[in-house]
Design a protein around this ligand. Structure first.
Ligand code: RIB
Length: 329
């Protein structure tokens, strides 16, 4: 308990535990150190960047904020260091109305960091140093599991230890939540069968889906094959995000009938957190009772809008922007 003595939970005791939560996110928080580059550098190369910024980020944090900005009631379970970056991340969650009772400032760790290069077309390369995110243990999640009571959807990613992700999925399932897994960053060793059995909906991008199935979803037919293979691994639903090609949705009740959602056309400035915006908006709509295809439309709109601004958290859209974009098509 020593390292958790500064628990942010103690500073946020206003939560009404009887109120229901739409989305709980268990995952990472990082400070993003972002450099704009004329092109992504090659091995051994020194390049001159044009701008340097720090932005709140981390896939878990981005997804929690995306869901909250889309109108969901959200609780975040995670860890930051007891440092200035950690404080900024906590403040950002609170400023966006996210319940931080599941958050801890770990005095033995520094806050997670992501070093991001953004190229001229908005493409990026990211290196993360998990720091406090690595101290998210299964026991920590168990200790915060009351936040899953009266909640509808659990949203997970893979920037915290795999055994913790599994514990979270099992705890959520036992309480009747819908479990959504965004398998990012793509795991080189694959995902455990036990985890996949405890996931309701998996939301990989093309790279992650290729890595998990061996099928590169470069055409509609291959995307369908790839999604079928993901269904065979356990989840009842697959949403394959395909960038400019939108998303493909496949459900175990109708494995021969893929549905598609078209992407929204936008000018891309920075694609960082587009996938997180998609997942946050998707989770919000699923908590409100939408079908996967309906919810994925909000996901596509949120992902597209996130590409139009620099940075992770600053680019996450709010509900009126989403509705305007959806209404314009
Ligand atoms: O998905 C985008 C996020 O990935 C960034 O905010 C960065 O922190 C990395 O985790």
């Amino acid at each position: 308990m020593g390292s958790e003595a500064n628990s942010a939970a103690q500073t946020n005791s206003s939560t009404d535990r009887s109120a229901s939560t739409d989305v709980v996110v268990i995952g990472s928080l990082s400070m993003d150190i972002v450099i704009r580059v004329p092109r992504l550098p090659g091995r051994g190369e020194t390049l001159k960047g044009s701008t340097f910024d720090t932005f709140p980020g981390g896939k878990g944090n981005n997804q929690a904020l995306a869901a909250a900005r889309c109108g969901a009631s959200v609780a975040m379970i995670g860890k930051v260091g007891a440092d200035a970056y950690g404080q900024v991340l906590l403040d950002t969650l609170k400023d966006n109305g996210v319940n931080t009772n599941g958050m801890t400032k770990d005095s033995e760790q520094t806050t997670g960091i992501a070093n991001i290069w953004v190229g001229p077309s908005g493409e990026n390369s990211i290196v993360i140093v998990p720091n406090a995110n690595n101290s998210m243990t299964p026991e920590y999640v168990s200790a915060k599991a009351d936040l899953l009571s009266n909640a509808k959807v659990l949203l997970l990613q893979l920037e915290i230890p795999a055994e913790t992700v599994l514990e979270a999925a099992k705890a959520a399932r036992s309480k009747g939540l819908t479990v959504i897994l965004n398998p990012a960053p793509a795991p080189e060793t694959g995902l455990s069968a036990e985890l996949l059995k405890n996931v309701d909906v998996i939301v990989p991008n093309e790279t992650e889906a290729h890595l998990l199935t061996g099928i590169n979803p470069t055409s509609p037919e291959l995307a369908h094959q790839c999604a079928r293979k993901l269904l065979e691994l356990g989840p009842k639903g697959v949403i394959l995000t395909l960038g400019e090609r939108g998303a493909l949705i496949l459900e175990s009740s109708q494995p021969d009938k893929p549905q598609t959602v078209a992407a929204f056309k936008v000018s891309v400035v920075d694609s960082t957190a587009a996938g997180d915006a998609f997942c946050g908006a998707l989770a919000m709509r699923m908590a409100k009772g939408d079908s996967l295809a309906e919810a994925a439309k909000y996901g596509c709109a949120a992902g597209s809008l996130a590409c139009t601004k620099a940075g992770a958290v600053p680019s996450l859209p709010r509900l009126p922007e989403l509705e305007e974009l959806i209404g314009s098509q």
